[in-house]
Design a binder for this molecule. Sequence first.
Ligand code: UD1
Ligand code: MG
Length: 449
Amino acid sequence: MSVSLVILAAGQGSRMLSDLPKVLHPLAGVPLVVHAMRTGRVLEPARVVVVVGHGGEQVAKVVSAEDDSAHVVSQDQQLGTAHAVAQAREALAGQGGDVVVLYGDTPFIRPETLQAMQAARAAHDLVVLGFDAVDPGRYGRLVTTGDRLERIVEFKDATEDERAISLCNSGVLCADGARLFELIDAVGNDNAAGEYYLTDIVGLARARGLSAGVVRCDEAETLGINTRAELASAEAAFQARARSDAMESGVTLTAPETVIFAQDTVIGRDALVEPYVVFGPGVTVESGATIRAFSHLEGAHVSRGAVVGPYARLRPGAELAEDVRIGNFVEVKAAQIDEGAKVNHLSYVGDAHVGARANLGAGTVTCNYDGVFKHRTEIGEGAFIGSSTMLVAPLRVGAGAVTGSGSVITQDVAEGALALGRARQDTKPGLGKRLMDRLRAAKAAQTKG
Ligand code: UD1
Ligand code: MG
């Protein structure tokens, strides 16, 4: 049966005290709303609808960048969670199948939990994700009889007895789409908050003889982000788990507590990650590669046997083949570096292709930007680029070619050629010493006077 996702992301998140909509604050390098979208992907949703409100345009951009088939719908006034889901009705018209509701500010729900909810739909018309709260606080409470869920009561509307219930509502639920919207139509706003509560659909369903069930998850999964402090502790929780997952899958972390992962970092077995390495989004490091201390990687692929750093920076589109060496203070952006090539010191390689076993000397720079346009540099297999060569793109350096140190290369260099682009050296015998003697004498005269 097909499943669609509705992700609620219209709330202002006023407690963040931010100009950025809450769901765009990054956790593990990725906006909160994208975490929800990626978790939902396990259900292979036929349609994804994100309900936006505050900062809607900004949120829509991020949503489409993640999934260009996702539908973004606006909820102009935040009248409650049922009203928010109702905004997705048109986008889901004719879709059929189930709808799973997720929150854009709740990034830790596990894919397995959504699968368990989907499985539980075999036994119930409506499935709600609940958790046993250590401190139930202001969460909605799940009122049950045995295994059956009877209704959900919001904290503000709950009696003392109901507030004593520790089984709480996570907000995630799953039902047949047509049925869900029918029930939502019956929701009113006569309650303590004056809002259209999505949670009311449980009681309404039960009154119509439908069944409702609860799938339980760990409280940590349902953690929602409302403040900067909660965001920071969510980040800490994410990092702790990512580090232990990496080690459990065979990655060596010399000082795990200093390594920062992104939501989608992939590191192969027997890779070594030294202290203080930061992984931004979109990094894959293959088995047996080494990332040395203080390196920063983002949108990069590092193949087997490659060594990166210390103090290296790989930016989006850095593609390192096997056994490549990227050394200290080297930046690589949108560049393919072929097998065994070396860029070991103080270099910038951007919009480039470096052939296998080429060697770029210290201080090599691909001058890729003319102030308006970006241009490419092609360096052939086995080329040797002398230290401090400026490669002014667009440029091709042929296989096995050599450039002299300190050259500014502006014209293509043929295969096997030697290119020198620097002023010829002029040496004046004895002049160095004479010059220094004169300067020292001038200084001595000054101190006397
Ligand atoms: C909601 C649940 C509560 C549950 C809790 C879990 C309801 C009525 N209550 O309460 O049972 O224990 O979540 O965290 O559903 N949103 C919109 N549009 C709106 C209102 C909300 O998009 O008009 C979004 C918010 O941005 C947020 C989510 O829905 O992502 C939940 O809204 P929130 O106001 O936080 O609900 P709670 O009062 O926390
Ligand atoms: Mg909330």
